[in-house]
Design a protein. Structure first.
Length: 140
């Protein structure tokens, strides 16, 4: 797995990991639309301990689509959203794919909360889609 690196808009926060993403996808929920100012949030999850973060990150907590808390991390200088810690996925941290130094390293594996997708959003017909969250695997 090649190193994944990225930064916020102003460069005050930088990150790196050599861990392969556990899951990646585009979230179309209203919270992700509002927090990103776009149709969806493209994210990938890696083990939290495998992500090296340099710089100050501040977090804003809200309730996610699962009904559990989500803490969204952003740069306090430029406001770029970089990370999220979802209580639904303990031990993992999500990274906003748009902050990657090489965005070609991101590929969406799944489209979630498509029931809340903006009417002007285009979701490929061949994409793996879920109206809300994917079903949980027993024991996961």
């Amino acid at each position: 797995m090649p190193m994944l690196t990225g930064a916020c808009l102003c460069g005050a926060v930088k990150y790196s990991t050599s861990a392969a993403p556990v899951i990646s996808g585009n979230c179309h929920c209203r919270d992700c639309q509002r927090s990103s100012g776009s149709a969806y949030a493209p994210v990938f999850f890696v083990p939290q301990g495998a992500l090296s973060i340099r710089g100050e990150v501040r977090y804003y907590q809200s309730t996610g689509g699962s009904g559990l808390p989500v803490r969204r991390g952003f740069c306090p200088v430029c406001g770029s959203q970089l990370f999220a810690l979802a209580e639904l996925m303990p031990g993992l941290i999500s990274v906003r794919a748009g902050t990657l130094d090489d965005t070609r390293q991101y590929q969406s594996g799944v489209e979630i909360f498509v029931s809340q997708a903006a009417v002007w959003d285009h979701i490929p017909d061949e994409a793996l889609k879920f109206d809300t969250l994917p079903p949980r695997t027993p024991g996961a």
